[in-house]
Design a protein around this ligand. Structure first.
Ligand SMILES: [Zn+2]
Length: 368
C-alpha cells in the first residue's frame, strides 16, 4: 500500500513529492521517489481530515509535519492499516496475560451465577412483595379471563354449597395477612385442570367444583383455603411471573405503570395451568396452612388425607391434568410433613412474647 502525495516538513510551506506507506510493526513512513526516508515512526498524535468528495486529504503528524493527497481511497486504506494498531496491541497483551484474562472471565461467570442464583430470586421476591394489590388486580382479572376462555367452565355448585364454602373461607381468610375481606373465593366448573384450586396475585382464589366434591370435611376445605391464602400472602404467583420478566417487573413496580403489569399477565395463565409450583413455595404454603389450621382448631393431617385421596384419583393420562396434587412431584413428603403438624408445637407462637400473645396464638393454645 503506497499513497502518492506531497510531504510538508514541520513548519515549512514548501512541499516534497512523496509516498506514504505503512511498514514494519505499523510504522508510518514518508519517502521520496528515490527512497529517501523523510519520516518514519509510530502514528502517535496523527490526525486526518475527513473524507469529503474530492477535497484534498490532509494527514497531520504530532511534530507539525503534514501529508496531502488526492488519493482518498489510498488514504482510507492507509489509515485503516494504522488504526488497527491499538487492537493489535490489545490482542498481543491479552495473549501475554492469558492467566489474568482467564481469572477475569471466571470472576464474570461467578458473578453471573451468583446473580442468577441469589440476587435475582431475592429481587423478584422483594418486587413481588411491594407490588400493590391495585397493581396486581388487572393482571389477575386478565389471567382469569384467559383461563375462563381456555381451561375453565362455569360452576355448577348449588347456592347452598357455595354459601357453606364461603363461611369456611371467611374463617380461613381471617388468618391471612390481609385479614377478613382481603381475599375473594370464586367457583368454577373446571375442565382441563381437574380438581383444583389456585390463587391469583390480587387475592382471588379459584376453586373447582370437583375439588369441593372430593373434600370430606370442613378441615379439608379450611386446609385448601389456608394453603392458597399463604400463596397470596407470599406473592408466590407474582414471583413466578417476575422470574420470567425481571426487568420489566422492576420498571413497572418502580413507576407504578399498570399497563406494563397487564403485559406481564400474559404469562400467568400458562404458569397456572401448566407449570408446576416450585417445591419451596409449596412447602411454605403447607407450613402456613398447618399453622392456620391449628389456629382454627382444624387438624393439618386432614389436608394430608385430601392430598393422598387426590393423588390416588389423579388421572395421569396425556390430555388429563391431575389438578391440585399433580403439579407436585413429592406428594409423600408433603403428606408426612402435614401429618407431623398435628402434634407439632405451634412454632409461630413459640418464638417471642409478642407472637405468643397474638390473637391467633392465644386461640390455638385455647383449642388444644
Ligand atoms: Zn400450592
Amino acid at each position: 500500500m503506497i499513497v502518492a502525495g506531497r510531504y510538508f516538513p514541520p513548519s515549512e510551506a514548501r512541499s516534497i513529492a512523496a509516498f506514504a506507506s505503512v511498514v514494519g510493526k505499523r510504522q508510518l513512513r514518508f519517502e521520496t521517489e528515490d527512497a529517501y526516508v523523510l519520516f518514519e515512526g509510530p502514528p502517535r498524535g496523527l490526525r486526518s481530515t475527513p473524507r469529503l468528495a474530492s477535497l484534498t486529504r490532509r494527514i497531520e503528524l504530532a511534530n507539525g509535519a503534514r501529508f496531502e493527497t488526492e488519493d482518498n481511497d489510498g488514504a482510507d486504506a492507509l489509515l485503516w492499516k494504522l488504526w488497527r494498531l491499538p487492537r493489535g496491541r490489545m490482542t498481543a497483551r491479552l495473549e501475554k496475560g492469558w492467566p489474568a484474562v482467564a481469572l477475569l472471565l471466571l470472576l464474570i461467570a461467578a458473578g453471573g451465577y451468583l446473580f442468577a442464583d441469589r440476587a435475582a430470586p431475592m429481587a423478584t421476591e422483594h418486587l413481588a412483595k411491594v407490588t400493590l394489590i391495585t397493581m396486581a388486580h388487572p393482571m389477575s382479572e386478565q389471567a382469569l379471563l384467559a383461563l375462563d376462555r381456555y381451561a375453565l367452565t362455569p360452576t355448577g355448585l348449588s347456592a347452598a354449597d357455595q354459601a357453606r364454602a364461603n363461611v369456611l373461607f371467611e374463617r380461613a381468610e381471617a388468618q391471612g395477612r390481609l385479614g377478613a375481606g382481603g381475599y375473594r373465593l370464586v367457583f368454577r366448573g373446571g375442565w382441563r385442570i381437574g380438581p383444583n384450586a389456585f390463587a391469583l396475585p390480587d387475592g382471588t382464589i379459584v376453586m373447582t367444583d370437583s375439588l369441593w366434591a372430593t373434600m370430606q370435611d370442613e378441615d379439608e376445605a379450611l386446609g385448601v383455603f389456608a394453603h392458597e391464602i399463604s400463596h397470596v400472602d407470599h406473592a408466590h404467583q407474582l414471583q413466578r411471573v417476575y422470574q420470567i420478566s425481571l426487568w420489566p417487573a422492576a420498571v413497572a413496580t418502580l413507576t407504578g405503570d399498570i399497563s406494563r403489569m397487564s403485559e406481564m399477565a400474559a404469562n400467568l395463565p400458562g404458569l397456572i395451568a401448566q407449570a408446576p409450583v416450585p417445591d419451596d413455595f409449596e412447602r411454605q404454603a403447607d407450613d402456613d396452612a398447618g399453622r392456620m389450621m391449628r389456629a382454627l382448631g382444624a387438624k393439618p393431617s386432614r389436608l394430608a388425607a385430601l392430598l393422598e385421596r387426590l393423588d390416588r384419583a389423579a388421572c395421569r393420562g396425556k390430555d388429563c391434568l391431575g389438578g391440585w396434587v399433580s403439579d407436585h412431584a413429592d406428594v409423600a413428603a408433603r403428606v408426612a410433613r402435614l401429618k407431623a403438624e398435628d402434634v407439632a408445637p405451634v412454632n409461630a407462637c413459640a418464638g417471642d412474647w409478642r407472637a405468643t400473645l397474638s390473637l391467633a396464638c392465644l386461640r390455638s393454645i385455647a383449642s388444644r
